[in-house]
Design a protein around this ligand. Structure first.
Ligand code: HEM
Length: 476
């Protein structure tokens, strides 16, 4: 039998026990999504209601969609807004650098500050007029850079827009829904929430976040199954083995639902809107060969987070938890994969002085963890090292009765990755070589057909490597 993924982990020597999920900021009903929406900074109901100095951040974010458009947007509306955009950016440059010490009193405030500052940074960077020197670096003003890096260090998350900022922490409840206290009793569903921030102000963008959030909510059930399976030592214990078989069967079903949910993207998000109006806002440092300079920030505070990606489904802790539980080993993705992704995103540089070989060799999924909140990352690391998981793997290897249910779950994940590959090709790959993200959706781009044989494409290579790693895990 082939259990390559399962064997790999036997190399891990120090075993740990999983702590209660609450200690990892995981809710039983909403998973990695918090159970209640984040309060605004300086909101009268927030713990920091007296810290009104943070209001300037909130106000600038509320104003941003009204005065800023993408640099690449040359529509008459966008051109007419350029002056107001300049006023917005000049105001930010004149702001004082606020101390984030008061925010550290409350984790929700830190998270909200990350959301606000990361969105402001992406608004700032991606609306800048085209530079006279196209290759010059982009300076993020100290008033944004210093507090963003501060809150990021406190939260253990990268100082850039992440999946958490666009999905996990970017929602509120409709008026008339239960108030915050009620969520102690009843968790919100996807129908109770709306998304607070949107770059393009399109239904497509909201739907994009909503589908991702619905996947996270479904993920809560996945985490509960993992918890149930890891509560008992599976080896030589019949009830535990039966429970494990049951858990694997349920996982297969839920992964199937996840695939259906993800596929619903096709009906809700127009690929052209995604590619030209939404995705360009997400780009992080290094995109198009331009490094971001975080003004006023010490180099040591940035050392772990250069060449930032923007938000990506790859930062969803749910999929990582599934990978770990099922023993999918992405390490086999050769060194080149991360380089492939960088090349795809256009930030491979020719000056080898700046390139860092060790970073290149770190695989994509590992790197994506740096974009997760520290406690979610800690959950994944503890799960990976847990003696409970080691016992499950031994049981799966030794008991042929478990091979069927295990393979079903892995097969479901292969199907998920295959479908995701199709979606990524439809939304990103076919447009990749068609201009620099210009907003002008011409008849030509509107009628674009999938590029034949995207197999050579770097993005496809990355995603296929993940799919193939999943295939290799099947027990033959
Ligand atoms: C329009 C919809 C979507 C598009 C265009 C898309 C595109 C991409 C792209 C381009 C990547 C490569 C890495 C990167 O550049 O960030 C990626 C990775 C990834 N995406 Fe998506 N994605 C979509 C929806 C989703 C959804 C709903 C999920 C569910 C959680 C998801 C989960 C992932 C995962 C887990 C990865 C890491 C690679 C892997 O595990 O195979 N994506 N996606």
């Amino acid at each position: 039998m082939t259990t390559s993924g399962l064997h790999e982990d036997s190399k891990v020597t120090s075993r740990a026990h999983l702590r209660p999920l609450a200690e990892y900021d995981i809710d039983p009903d909403t998973g990695f999504l918090p159970r209640a929406p984040l309060p605004r900074l300086a909101d009268p109901s927030s713990p920091l209601k007296h810290q009104s100095e943070f209001l300037i951040w909130e106000k600038a974010l509320s104003l941003a969609p009204e005065v800023l458009r993408l640099t690449s947007d040359h529509s008459p509306e966008a051109v007419s807004m350029r002056e107001e955009g300049e006023v917005w950016r000049t105001a930010i440059c004149s702001w004082p650098v606020l101390s984030i010490s008061p925010l550290k009193e409350d984790a929700c405030m830190l998270r909200r500050a990350h959301v606000v500052l990361a969105w402001l940074v992406h608004y700032y960077v991606h609306s800048l007029p085209s530079p006279e020197q196209p290759q010059s670096n982009l300076v993020i003003p100290a008033a944004l850079a210093v507090p963003l890096v501060g809150v990021s260090l406190a939260l253990g998350i990268a100082p850039v827009l992440t999946f958490a900022d666009t999905v996990l922490w970017n929602w509120d409840v409709y008026h008339g829904s239960a108030d915050e206290d009620d969520y102690v009793q009843v968790a919100p569903t996807i129908n109770d929430i709306f998304f607070t921030h949107s770059f393009s102000n399109t239904q497509d963008e909201t739907s994009f976040y909503a589908v991702c959030a619905a996947c996270e909510l479904l993920g809560a059930q996945i985490l509960q199954i993992i918890k149930k399976c890891t509560m008992k030592q599976a080896v030589n214990d019949l009830p535990a083995i039966l429970a494990l078989a049951d858990g694997l069967e349920s996982l297969a079903e839920i992964i199937g639902e996840l695939t259906t949910l993800m596929s619903s993207m096709r009906d809700q998000v127009d690929p052209r809107v995604f590619c030209f109006k939404i995705r360009p806002w997400f780009g992080g440092s290094g995109i198009n060969g331009k490094e971001w300079v975080y003004q006023g920030v010490a180099a040591r505070d940035l050392k772990t987070c250069q060449n930032h990606s923007g938000p990506s489904g790859g930062q969803s802790s749910v999929i990582h938890a599934l990978d770990i539980f099922l023993g999918i080993n992405h390490q086999c993705q050769h060194n080149g994969i991360y380089a492939e992704r960088k090349r795809f995103l256009g930030f491979i540089r020719t000056d080898s002085a700046n390139s860092n070989q060790s970073k290149e060799s770190t695989n994509f999924m590992q790197r994506m963890r740096q974009y997760m909140p520290a406690k979610h990352r800690a959950y994944l690391e503890d799960l990976e090292r847990s003696s409970e998981l080691a016992s499950i793997r031994t049981a799966i290897e030794q008991m042929s009765e478990l091979h069927g249910p295990y393979n079903k779950a892995v097969q479901a994940l292969i199907h998920f990755r295959n479908r995701h590959l199709q979606i990524a090709c439809r939304y990103v790959v076919v447009f990749k070589d068609r201009g620099n993200g210009s907003m002008a959706i011409t008849d030509e781009t509107a009628q674009v057909k999938p590029v034949k044989g995207t197999g050579g494409n770097h993005l496809s290579l990355l995603l296929k490597a993940g799919r193939d790693a999943t295939c290799r895990t099947m027990i033959k």
